[in-house]
Design a protein around this ligand. Sequence first.
Ligand SMILES: [Zn+2]
Length: 414
Amino acid sequence: MVSFKTIAKLLKFKDLKISGLFFKRENELKLAVKPFKNGCRCPECGRRGKIVRTRPAYREWRDIPCGGRTVWLTYAPREILCPTHGRIEEDLPWAERYSRITYRYEYVMLHHCQNMTQKAAAQLLHVSPSTLSDQLHRCINRIRKGHRIRGLKSVGIDEIAYCKNYKYATLVYDLDRAKVVWVGKGKGRETIDEFFNKQLSDYQKEQITSACCDMSESYMGAITAHCPNATLVLDRFHIVKKLNEAVDEVRKEQWRAADGEQKKALKGLRWLLYRHSSTRKKSDTRTLNALERGNKRIYRAWRLKDEFEQFWKFKASWAAVRFLKRWTSTVMRSRLEPMKRFVATIRKHQDKIVAFIDTDGLTNAVSEGINRIVKIVKNRASGFRHLEAFEDMIFLTVGDLDIPAQIPTKFRTV
Ligand SMILES: [Zn+2]
């Protein structure tokens, strides 16, 4: 007969002793356990205390499944007397106080959720997806509790839609570390104000030297109001997007005006026009060049867009300003209304756009890595109904605190 000791070794249990083992139903394994050596300690201060009462009530903790069986640990925790904390339930080495899952389970759960859909993780852990989501939420909340933002110097603010019917969240990035430090509901001024008011001290706000966001008044306003020492940079991606939209506007105008035969020539241009010159194929360039004869207005808009790519390459801001001046006046003479509207925006925010050059190319795209992961997480779950669930996943995958690393080392086995 195999001893319980061997079974504990087999299942890689640490700090606990198995005192009984029984199978329940078809697929459940219950293990009666008790703390090994380290028993009778106060959960608050770790000191040993005298046992006051042995409770008859057994509690159960879910552990990682083994060999296709759901594993439960059962134990009746004792009440002890701590010199400082009085009567208190003893500390249990395998789980957090009040938790109904073991540390090992938590670690595996966090690991799985980082790497696959919650649905798949739930299946591997023998729980329903909603239970998993609850367990995850509680675990992440506990670990992140009391966590403070540290050393924030370059801050990025961006919005993201997290639900099919256009619910928005605001993400705040630490651009130096490429991590998400905060998630808030909505994308208005109240949301971002909440971040600055509740998460940062006045000293921390003064330490922020640069900030990056899109052209939304609420974000820009909040940065100006809260960060006295920050250079505000408009995010490159958002400016390029606006320019692309202007070019597309020109294309649409021409499309509407074209008759059947001309429409044929304009087909398939949309995504071609969006492309950055570096990702264009030779055949694409030929098609675009052919526009010079085909449709002059689209051709001109495209050339202007291509020229604008130069702007991001400047090293000195005076040269960038000179370029911008020349480029914008060319556009103003182009008689392309959507492009002219784009220039109006550029002129209004010129200093914040040129700040890109001064800050050595500060952009939320360092967060492109982050953004990509956030999008993968979102798509993997095909959207989130509640922000909490999305927030959990963001903090778990790209948060500023390494959550799995907060689980005691000896329980970190997958
Ligand atoms: Zn104590």
